[in-house]
Write a protein that binds this ligand. Structure first.
Ligand code: SF4
Length: 504
């Protein structure tokens, strides 16, 4: 493996390896051709730990499901700010010799599946920018929606952007702010941008964490108790990262909140308020790990409730409940318990394909699903099967799975989806096909059923989904959710109207 390090700002160059084994960018392109929405990004921050880089590595390792395209870790030791990033998985990039180049008690980390900007090392994060307020590194989960106007205005003012990523916008706004202090500059910048952002930032001696005023993406704060000195403060996109770090969950960073951690402790300010919360409900449906607690409730509980409710809303006589692994498993358990029909792993997933499988030509493309999933014939033969999945995007994968189950001898195949039909693209950090490629935007449920060749098809109702994810914010009010991909009603003003117009 060839590696290049350039001063304290380093990249891990795996170009030779990429050519040889077709992993990395090429694999990401292949992953995009699958019929699933893609996770956005995961962020982590560590303050006050002697080996902050390794803690950030562990945090990113737990958040790998949120992005497999690139990863990066920046560290600070009070003087210097080191930053290394590369294409690929966290464990591929951060080998021991790479970790040794990341000293200091503070770190931020990022794992990325790009939703804007080119899919390249250039846009890997953390992004580091030199400014009048010193060096700043940022790692961002989400997507800004007023990017075009803002970026053009800043470029007219002479700002030079290093990347095509929307995340650099935030740090450039901070760098060019007239505010007297760094924390004021950050607060001003966060007020200027519109859209989804859960961010962690680092200077030579401080860590910041913030969420956008609507709280689109999750971000939690935890603590590792240290009996001999100050506690280690950690932030992560999902609480599953805290388990690996042995950190205790303390609280969520609130929508519109900016938290600062220094040697003197944790301080916070509400930089924006009065905006209705619209957290991404699809985190509960699919993105987040079931062992995470986000927006104040366990993801596992939400998915179990979705399955139970689906059984009540659209139950059908059946012999066996089969999840489409892995994301359909928890809802399928709930469905099976509610309906009294036995749960069985009637489809087995091969965990070792996906990223590294070479899929060069159209004629072998149909193997895609068969390589990932295989039916357990003796569980399906002669049975009335209810398949549980979390979404239908284009419909092509669902059709292959239905055919596969029928081909294994199932007498009937019924498909149940644990959320409403996906009818609109996401602009808040989730990689969604355009409206013309979303099957539910262009076909009735009966039309989709015919296309996927199922005996019956039903989705969870929107009202049902909202009940399954109901939670309170710290003030005791009902937390609001974004459901735009199910309704086409967007919580922010600015979106690309061409994408929202009905497909022809
Ligand atoms: S549009 Fe859908 S995926 Fe995007 S933030 Fe809203 S609920 Fe989440």
């Amino acid at each position: 493996m060839q590696k290049l390090f350039q001063g304290v700002e380093g990249v891990v160059d795996r170009s030779e390896e990429l050519k040889q084994n077709a992993s990395g960018v090429a694999a990401v392109r292949r992953a995009r051709s699958t019929d699933k929405l893609k996770e956005e990004c995961g962020v982590v921050a560590i303050h006050g730990h002697p080996d902050a880089a390794r803690m950030a590595y562990l945090g990113l390792y737990a958040l790998q499901h949120r992005g497999q395209e690139s990863a990066g870790i920046a560290t600070a030791d009070g003087q210097k700010l080191a930053n290394i990033k590369g294409m690929g998985l966290v464990s591929e990039i951060f080998t021991d010799d790479v970790m040794d180049k990341l000293p200091g008690p503070m770190a931020i980390g990022h794992t990325r599946y790009s939703t804007t900007g080119d899919s390249a090392l250039l846009n890997a994060q953390p992004i580091r920018v030199e400014s009048t307020k010193g060096l700043i590194a940022i790692a961002h989960n989400g997507n800004l929606v007023n990017l075009g106007n803002l970026r053009a205005a800043m470029e007219r003012d002479g700002v030079y952007f290093q990347t095509t990523s929307d995340s650099e916008m935030i740090v450039q706004l901070i760098a060019h702010s007239n505010a007297g202090t760094l924390v004021d500059a950050i607060a001003d910048s966060l007020k200027t941008v519109e859209g989804a952002f859960s961010i962690v930032m680092m200077t030579r001696d401080r860590i910041f964490a913030a969420r956008d005023p609507r709280g689109f993406r999750p971000l939690s704060m935890g603590r590792i108790k240290n009996p001999d000195g100050p506690d280690t403060i950690v932030f992560a996109s999902e609480t599953c990262a805290f388990d690996l770090l042995r950190a205790e969950y303390e609280r969520d960073v609130l929508p519109g909140e900016l938290v600062m951690v220094t040697e003197d402790g944790v301080t916070s300010r509400q930089y924006a308020s009065g905006v209705a919360q619209s957290s991404c409900i699809f985190e509960h449906v699919y993105f987040a790990r079931p062992d995470s607690r986000i927006y104040g409730r366990w993801v596992q509980e939400s998915r179990d409730a979705m399955g139970r409710r689906l059984a009540r809303e659209s139950g059908v006589p059946a012999d066996v409940i089969v999840p489409v692994p892995d994301s359909g498993v928890t809802a399928a358990i709930g469905y099976a318990e509610e309906s009294g029909v036995p749960f069985r792993f009637g489809l087995i997933r091969n965990h070792y394909v996906g990223r590294t499988f070479i899929q060069p030509e159209q004629r072998v493309r149909d193997f895609g699903v068969k390589l990932k999933l295989n039916p357990v014939r003796n569980l399906l033969e002669g049975k009335r099967v209810v398949l549980i999945d979390d979404s239908i995007i284009r419909g092509t994968t669902s059709r292959k799975i239905v055919r596969m189950v029928r081909g294994a001898g199932a007498k009937e195949v019924h498909l149940r989806i644990s959320c409403p039909p996906t009818v609109s693209p996401c602009f808040y950090g989730v990689d969604t096909p355009s409206k013309r490629d979303l099957i539910a935007a262009n076909h009735s449920i009966e039309g989709i059923r015919q296309y996927i060749e199922a005996d019956s098809l039903a989705y969870l109702s929107l009202g049902g989904l909202l009940k399954c994810c109901a939670t309170k914010n710290p003030s005791g009010e009902d937390a609001g959710y974004c459901t735009a991909c199910y309704t086409g009603v967007y919580p922010t003003d600015w979106v690309d109207v061409r994408e929202i117009l009905a497909a022809q």
